[in-house]
Design a protein around this ligand. Structure first.
Ligand SMILES: Nc1nc2c(ncn2[C@@H]2O[C@H](COP(=O)(O)OP(=O)(O)OP(=O)(O)O)[C@@H](O)[C@H]2O)c(=O)[nH]1
Ligand SMILES: [Mg+2]
Length: 374
């Protein structure tokens, strides 16, 4: 099928060819992707462009890592049960929040880019510890290396969850849009589950496909994509509708999927703003610290589970597991063998009766006490 490219496309291509800097090349490639019509005849072209874009962005990130020579300080070692990135525009109140919720003492000032390196702090909430990390401010174009460069985005990618810090007093919806766009461009997908596709590379046996009819581009498209990535032996199982671009992201590991919520700051200056903000869960950051901590913990999609042995007290330290976890998951978290040996389970907390016997796939709730019998 012919591509039928419009004249603007060729003009933009000219700009790409004449681009001298990485940033210019990235901008021109983005433009090409935007201009190119989206249909069967341009599928290959679009994929080539997107691959080029990913490569250019990678180069930009790499260059900044080297140029700054401060690579290590941008990486924050994970501690506690989860790492949450505080991500926001300059001056949105990230440092103020970190000071409110942790013992960290980053500088607070009313000029932009006060915080230039990620600052970690430990948020103690009841009996769990959640690590908050202030990420140096994002701006429109961070994914292109503007502002403080692409490093803040890489630091955010590393976290287990994203808290969007939004200043209620200055067009919060617009801030939210910028943040979401930059994170998406930086390969961070917010509040979406990863596509149900597994690609298992193998030593031999050629390419085996299951569910290929769900892939836009079909069998041929998948085979070509695998060939381009020099994958000759693999089992590919597709369980939901996806396009080739998504498959490619999966192959390259270029995107991550993270839970996300909004912390709305400066609501004292602009009360009543929270209502209209979408599409994420919004928490008023002006609430008292203990309430705020509880809301943050709830937004992480985690539950605390206490284990006990028969006739003994429950453990003091909870296991922190994803919401929806079952006694089976608890057993596995303790020991692989234990899951196999698990015969019966009693639960205190979310059950109708204390110490009720439940199935091994019973959905546990935050705060449940679990007694495992083998
Ligand atoms: N009225 C009001 N002012 C706030 C609030 N939170 C932060 N500020 C002010 O906003 C300014 C910026 O706060 P910071 O916490 O330094 O903001 P930041 O997001 O860390 O800024 P950068 O590190 O520069 O990106 C400071 O003058 C704060 O005092 C708030 O809830 N209410
Ligand atoms: Mg700051």
């Amino acid at each position: 099928m012919p591509a039928n490219l419009p004249p603007e496309y060729f003009k933009a291509e000219q700009r790409y060819l004449q681009a001298k800097t990485l940033e210019e090349k990235i901008r021109a490639t983005e433009e090409l992707i935007r201009i190119a019509p989206k249909h069967k005849g341009t599928e290959k072209l679009l994929r080539m462009l997107k691959r080029r874009l990913a490569k250019l962005r990678g180069e930009l990130e790499e260059r900044e890592r080297r140029r700054g020579g401060r690579g290590p300080s941008f990486a924050v070692k994970k501690e506690g049960c989860a790492q949450v990135a505080l991500v926001g525009l300059p001056n949105s109140g990230k440092s103020t929040l970190l000071r409110k919720l942790t013992a960290a003492r980053p500088e607070v000032a009313d000029y932009p880019f006060t915080t230039r390196l990620p600052v970690p702090g430990m948020m103690e909430y009841e009996d769990v510890q959640v690590q908050l990390v202030e990420i140096p401010a994002l701006v429109e174009g961070s994914s292109l290396g503007r502002g403080l460069g692409a490093q803040p985005l890489s630091a955010a990618r590393n976290a287990d969850a994203i808290a969007l810090v939004v200043d209620a007093s200055s067009d919060p919806q617009r801030q939210l849009e910028i943040l979401v766009r930059e994170l998406e461009e930086g390969g961070i997908r917010l509040n979406r589950s990863p596509p149900r596709v597994t690609i298992q590379r193998r030593e031999e046996g050629g390419i085996v496909l299951r569910g290929e009819e769900l892939v836009e581009g079909g069998r041929e498209g998948i085979l070509e994509l695998l060939r381009e990535h020099r994958i000759h032996n693999a089992l590919v199982v597709v369980e939901e509708r996806v396009d080739l671009r998504t498959l490619e992201e999966l192959l390259e590991g270029s995107v991550v999927y993270r839970p996300c919520f909004v912390l709305l700051t400066k609501t004292d200056l602009s009360p009543g703003t929270a209502g209209g903000l979408g599409p994420f869960r919004v928490i008023d950051a002006g609430r008292p610290p203990e309430e705020l901590k509880r809301e943050i913990f709830r937004s992480l999609g985690l539950i605390r589970v206490y284990t006990k042995k028969p006739n003994e007290e429950p453990s003091r330290e909870p296991l922190v597991l994803p919401r929806g976890s079952t006694p089976r998951d608890v057993a596995r978290a303790i020991h692989k063998e234990l899951e196999r040996e698990l015969r019966a389970v009693r639960v205190w907390g979310s059950t109708r009766f204390p110490g009720q016997w439940v199935p091994r796939d019973y959905p546990l709730q935050d705060g449940d006490v679990v007694e495992l019998h083998t």
